[in-house]
Design a protein around this ligand. Structure first.
Ligand SMILES: C=C(O[C@@H]1C=C(C(=O)O)C=C[C@H]1O)C(=O)O
Length: 255
């Protein structure tokens, strides 16, 4: 684990996030899928939304298949489901165990449904709720993996500067920790790169003419997901939440 390899992971994860958003944007808002009254009204005895039920049930299957044996993945609904569908794999443990399960999945959940989705999906209802929330699950998992990877970033930064971090952790000085782990130059690179990825991955590909470069006829270019929304997602939510994970991990790094 090094700063370069953790940044490579985050860079590759950007592709997964952007492709996930493109897939979700294919579907309209489909608000009944997020309304707790929808399932209750059908007499299905749920007080959760269809989306929540779908994520919970999907995670239960994936937990059985061993998905959460890897610390890179943290479920939104932690439950003890025996991992029974595949033989165990002996994952290397790069994280400090007392801090390894630090995560901000609750914040990711509410950001995704309350803030991002209204900006991402066009108004409308086509009834394809299962396909829609299935694409929500992919987005949530990608965002969770990316943001909670802040644990690995923090571990690398701690190892690289143990003296300074140890003092700040002992003093529980969260502001100074936040400052020490922040690289504004790196954040700027990340935000501009994800915006560009939204332009490259989200363009319409046709056989006529050259591949759209984004600088010619840009007024006529329409992207499947607004590149400025992807910039905003990282600027307002993904990077701040990643840094929150880094700070919380560090606060437990000497437990
Ligand atoms: C993840 C890192 O830590 C911080 C968070 C960043 C991010 O979430 O992209 C970028 C730079 C840092 O301020 C890093 O240094 O790469």
């Amino acid at each position: 684990l090094s700063l370069d390899t953790v940044r490579e992971f985050l860079t590759r994860e950007e592709d997964t996030v952007v492709f996930g958003l493109i897939e979700r944007a294919k579907h309209p808002r489909n608000t009944p899928a997020y309304d707790p009254g929808y399932l209750a009204g059908g007499g299905h005895g749920h007080d959760a939304s269809f989306a929540e039920m779908f994520v919970r049930e999907s995670e239960a299957v994936q937990a059985k298949a061993g998905r959460y044996q890897s610390l890179q993945e943290i479920p939104f609904f932690p439950f003890r489901v025996p991992f029974t569908l595949a033989p165990p794999y002996n994952f290397t443990t790069e994280l400090y165990s007392a801090a390894a399960l630090v995560n901000v999945n609750d914040a990711i959940w509410s950001m995704y449904f309350n803030e991002l989705l209204p900006l991402l999906a066009k108004n409308g209802d086509d009834g394809n709720y299962a396909a829609t929330v299935s694409s929500d699950l992919v987005c949530l998992q990608a965002l969770s993996r990316r943001i909670n990877y802040g644990r690995y970033v923090a571990e690398v930064k701690f190892i690289g500067d143990q003296q300074n971090y140890t003092t700040l952790i002992r003093n529980k000085d969260t502001d100074a920790l936040m400052k020490l782990l922040t690289s504004e130059a790196q954040e700027d690179v990340v935000k501009r790169r994800v915006q560009k990825k939204a332009m490259v991955f989200g363009q319409n590909v046709t056989l006529d003419g050259p591949v759209e470069t984004g600088n010619s006829n840009s007024s006529q270019t329409s992207f499947k997901v607004d590149p400025s929304l992807v910039y905003k997602l990282y600027d307002k939510w993904v990077i701040p939440l990643t840094k929150q994970v880094e700070v919380e991990y560090l606060l437990h790094r000497l437990d």
